[in-house]
Design a protein around this ligand. Structure first.
Ligand code: F6P
Length: 555
């Protein structure tokens, strides 16, 4: 293991401030959000602020100035500032893999030197950026064309997890910026339905495959890549493969073993975590879809958020406040989940992307000293765009028994001219946070039902079902518009929120040993399936299911 930065590995629950927060929670838990506004109508002044093209409003949350003061103290007790410095300066904070965590270097467009083991890594970053830029020019101009000299018009990114979710989400979000002569596709699932349903729309003469895998060993990706090559070779020849297959990876040996020329490889490095890699050459599909300049704007937006995270005072530091709010609800209010609700169809994949970013990072139960954790860590992240979600699961958020803190995200200006749609969308975006907080009182229900002509008896019966207690917390994240730059900032906002939470919970946020176990177990069962023999050491349920599959396969 690398040098342990013991000064940052503090158990939050053993800090003095944690006890103060507990006492503060006991005091505040029965004060409704409505009452917080009555007690302090000016709370909006210190719980909302502008930052660049963003407006943040945290006032509809269970917090006061005292809460923020305590959060600030806790940040100091868990050495958040030192931890930030360690990450940005390339200390090997991913200690279980002995790696630095430098996705922030990938968007360091200011080109300030960042040293890793004595070497400034920025030239490496800019080399790969330049390589992507040139490749994009060649594809766009037709200089790099297919084997029959036709222009490439379909880009298929084959990857999974971080090598899929980030670029997929970004391409979807930036649809208004797509080049009009190219369409991106994303194949991730090992389920043959995924690749076969995509390939059937494609022409091998005009398709470029990007095999995206940090390790270049991930079974799903390698299997899909082989299937794609097989499909291609039905029309093209082996010598044409280089025109249609490129790789993005840290593992040159595996890339060449697979049959992709090292010249067709775009590099990144072990100090870029898979789920933090969209800023690297893993973003090649983004570059080819929206162009290099838009990719740079995405990076610039993230760089702005990095600066904000590093420099903004605690009280107006959006990722830090979001991190603490998450801890507040998770560890004190006993909330199990966090809903991400973008009122923007272009952000349809955003919560799915954040699931990996957040849950793979902070879903841990061993602390940074190797001890079992006794407090709650990672939140369960989920969500769907509004207003669709309103007609699906909002009932539970409004009237269920669980507290579900929600992030409401929207962009004011749409990329289309359907203003009537946009006004309705944004009206819902605003109305929901108000309704979730204020609820509907018995008086209002009674008045409404009377107006509908119901009798007193009928009103009495219906009343309990129609009353909304409200008091459901929400945060509002409102952007001017969704552009490559604001999207970059939005993603980095959540990355830093996740990082700060990992520091507070005292977990290593940048490894993922749990997922590795899943991979190994599947490998063992796959061998048994292929050999048609079941290992009796499995439990009886597992043995039976394997046998069932073998039996069904035969019929
Ligand atoms: O799901 C586990 C994981 O290791 C992720 O962290 C990663 O993003 C994904 O697999 C894909 O890995 P690779 O890019 O190496 O194919």
């Amino acid at each position: 293991m690398a040098r342990m930065t013991m000064h940052v590995n503090i158990d939050c629950t053993e800090t003095n401030t944690w006890k103060l927060l507990q006492a503060h929670y006991e005091e505040i838990q029965n004060t409704t959000l409505n009452n917080l506004f009555h007690q302090d109508p000016k709370r909006i002044d210190y719980l909302s602020f502008e930052e660049g093209k963003f407006f943040f409003d945290f006032s509809k949350n269970h917090l006061t100035q005292e809460t923020i003061g305590l959060f600030k103290k806790l940040a100091s007790e868990v050495n958040l500032e030192l931890a930030k410095k360690a990450m940005f300066e390339g200390e090997k904070i991913n200690q279980t893999e002995n790696r630095a965590v430098l996705h922030t270097a990938l968007r360091n467009l200011d080109n300030n030197p960042i040293y890793l083991d004595g070497e400034n890594i920025m030239p490496l970053v800019f080399n790969e950026l330049e390589k992507m830029k040139l490749f994009n020019q060649k594809v766009e101009s037709g200089q790099h064309s297919g084997f029959t000299s036709k222009k490439i018009n379909s880009i298929v990114n084959i990857g999974i997890g971080g090598s899929d979710l980030g670029p997929n989400m970004v391409c979807e979000a930036l649809k208004p910026y797509w080049r009009n002569d190219v369409t991106p596709y994303f194949v991730s699932n090992i389920d043959g339905n995924h690749i076969s349903n995509i390939l059937k729309h494609l022409d091998p003469e005009t398709t470029l495959f990007i095999i995206a895998s940090k390790t270049f060993t991930t079974e799903e990706t390698m299997t899909n890549a082989k299937t794609a090559r097989h499909w291609f070779l039905k029309k093209g020849s082996l010598s044409d493969v280089s025109k249609h297959f490129v790789a993005v990876s840290t593992n040159e040996q595996k890339v060449t073993e697979f049959g992709i020329d090292a010249n067709n490889m775009f590099k990144f490095w072990d100090w870029v975590g898979g789920r933090y890699s969209l800023w690297s050459t893993i973003g090649l599909s983004i570059v080819l879809t929206v162009g290099y300049d838009n990719f740079l704007s995405l990076l610039r937006g993230a760089e702005k958020m990095d600066k904000h995270f590093k420099e903004a005072p605690f009280e107006q530091n959006a990722p830090t406040l979001m991190a603490f709010l998450g801890v507040w609800y998770n560890n004190f209010f006993n909330a199990q989940t966090q809903a991400i609700l973008p009122y923007d169809q272009l952000l349809a994949h955003f919560s799915k992307y954040l699931q990996q970013a957040d849950m793979e990072s902070n879903g841990k139960s061993i602390d940074r000293n190797g001890q079992t954790i006794t407090h709650q860590t990672g939140q369960i992240i989920w969500g769907e765009p509004g207003t669709n979600g309103q007609h699906a699961f909002y009932q539970l958020i409004h009237q269920g028994t669980k507290i579900i803190p929600c992030d409401f995200i929207a962009a004011a200006k749409p990329p289309h001219a359907l203003i009537a749609h946009q006004d309705i969308l944004i009206a819902n975006f605003i109305a929901k946070t108000e309704a979730l907080m204020t609820g509907k009182s018995p008086e209002t229900v009674e008045k409404q039902l009377k107006m509908q002509g119901l009798t007193d008896d009928e009103i009495k019966k219906l009343m309990p079902f129609k009353v909304f207690t409200g008091n459901r917390p929400t945060s509002t994240i409102f952007m001017n518009e969704l552009t490559p730059e604001t999207l970059g900032s939005l993603i980095a906002l959540y990355e830093h929120k996740i990082f700060a939470q990992g520091v507070i919970w005292n977990v290593f946020s940048f490894d993922q040993w749990g997922v590795e176990l899943g991979k190994q177990l599947a490998g063992t069962i796959l061998k048994e399936i292929r050999n048609n023999s079941v290992n009796p050491q499995h439990d009886s349920s597992t043995q039976q299911i394997i046998n069932k599959y073998l039996e069904l396969k035969r019929t």
